[in-house]
Ligand binder design. Structure first.
Ligand code: SIN
Length: 314
């Protein structure tokens, strides 16, 4: 019998990609040299740091810390401004087939609309990730938790921008909220949804100082890593059920091939890696890819579409 080797090819927003693994926005994707390494890494696509109209220094340090099962951060959207990332995407398009997604996170709806208008002018840009879920800007709520505001923003976004737009969502914790957000998203031609951003406003204490371990927002920050894997899987799976025609990007708690496999079982077409990339560097893609391929081989699958969304229930 022919032994067909498995592969990790996938499609996202109609684009064929060589691997279902990529970075999560925010990790190793702010500076051009980092982005170039991601372009050359063993991953299927790249997403930039969420950008604003102008350069932002972000929140004061310390603003990121590793913790026993993950990370906490309150970066505050440090980025080089939209034009920096559009220039990078222009350059990459001339030398590589790698899909580079522009992540945007305006500090107001008006700024998001301005960003989308600018992005819409780019010839090279193929796909946008609209971040509705940054928890780290003092005084600014996460848009994804306000269903009316989310609808209003998406309405305007699709009026001013003809490029495909995916959205990065915060984690939801209540069945009613899944339904409400799904009914908003269902009314727009969303290219994909990314579930989930960090769990916002966690608090971690340094046992030696009795103080918080990060400085911004009095120590409150987004929690990532293994802590959030069950929440991420639940969000991927619930939205897979509620939005069967929308591609889902799973993000949260992916440390190894088994974690990635579970995201796909829950319905993810693509997997973003955040905390693990921060902690282990770019080589994590090749390792997780190999581990995932081994699982496919052991289970007799040749592609991820053979088990995507096939989560068993007891
Ligand atoms: C940050 O820059 O504070 C993180 C962005 C995010 O979580 O969306």
């Amino acid at each position: 019998m022919l032994n067909i080797l498995p592969n990790l090819t996938t499609t996202l927003a109609g684009k064929a990609l060589q691997s279902c693994l990529m970075n999560a926005s925010g990790v190793f994707c702010t500076e051009k040299d980092e982005l170039l390494q991601l372009v050359n890494a063993s991953s299927g696509a790249v997403v930039t740091k969420s950008c604003t109209l102008e350069y932002r220094a972000g929140n004061p340090s310390p603003r990121y810390a590793d913790i026993p099962f993950g990370s906490i951060n309150s970066m505050g959207l440090p980025n080089n401004g939209i034009q920096y990332y559009l220039n990078f995407i222009d350059e990459v398009e001339k030398q590589s087939d790698k899909l580079v997604i522009l992540s945007i996170a305006g500090l107001s709806h008006q700024e998001n609309i301005e960003l989308l208008k600018i992005a819409n002018q780019s010839n090279a840009l193929q796909l946008i990730e609209l971040n509705l879920s940054c928890p780290n800007i003092a005084g600014k709520p996460q848009t994804g938790y306000d269903f009316v505001a989310s609808r209003d923003l998406l309405q305007k976004a699709f009026e001013v921008c003809q490029k495909p737009i995916g959205v990065k969502l915060p984690p939801y914790f209540d069945m009613v909220h899944f339904d409400e957000m799904a009914s908003v998203l269902n009314d727009f031609p969303i290219a994909y949804i990314c579930c989930v951003n960090s769990i916002g406003n966690g608090l971690v204490i340094d046992k030696n100082t009795d103080a918080t371990i990060i400085k911004p927002k009095n120590g409150f920050g987004g929690v990532g890593g293994l802590y959030i894997k069950p929440t991420a899987l639940a969000n991927v799976n619930k939205f897979y059920e509620l939005l069967p025609h929308v591609d889902i990007v799973g993000c949260g708690g992916v440390q190894n091939g088994q974690d990635a496999y579970e995201h796909i079982l829950c319905g993810a077409s693509m997997i973003q890696i955040g905390t693990t990339l921060w902690q282990q560097g770019i080589s994590c893609f090749a390792r997780i890819e190999n581990e995932l391929l081994q699982i496919l081989q052991q289970k007799g699958y040749t592609s991820i579409k053979e088990f995507k969304g096939k989560l068993g229930r007891i």
